[in-house]
Write a protein that binds this ligand. Sequence first.
Ligand code: PRP
Ligand code: MN
Ligand code: MG
Length: 180
Amino acid sequence: MKDDILKVLLTEEELQAKVKELGAQITEDYQDKKLLLVSVLKGSVVFMADLMRAIDTYCRIDFMNVSSYGSGTKTTGTVKIIKDLDIDIAGYDLLIVEDILDSGKTLSYIKKILMERKPNSIKICTLLDKPERRQVPDIKADYKGFIVPDEFVVGYGLDYAETYRNLPYLGVLKPEVYSK
Ligand code: PRP
Ligand code: MN
Ligand code: MG
């Protein structure tokens, strides 16, 4: 598996340090709020698991699964709900937790449908932002870990064809892996 990685973009240590920073900021901002962390499956699970332990205030968690990428490297543009939230979000202060903001289609769709359910507030926390690929210009992250270049990144939850999510760092795939 490691032979498929061209280079390490963010090490485990860099990722952990940033997660701690984000967790501390969220802790401060959500002291007197009714925080609900919404993890978008599957890419955000690793980030979610680390981030929630870096947050030192009351919170609940829930999961949602929407998918648009299938097994390829490019977005199809169609977002569908595969698993909805279990919790009625009315009155909650939602923080949507994502691994990457790319075209913006996933997050703009999720934010739109969750807004309709009248939470108290709704914000976005993304570990990675790839602004060069944005197609929905008005979608912005309230909390952001790193800006990444337009390269195919995997690991720390992010996949190529459902693989490589378990790499503990963020790596760039060798082009021959996805061109064959
Ligand atoms: C990836 C990623 C984000 C989304 C970002 O998910 O985890 O959720 O794409 O892309 P966008 O900004 O262009 O919408 P994917 O649909 O591949 O599902 P996964 O999380 O299960 O890998
Ligand atoms: Mn995803
Ligand atoms: Mg994916």
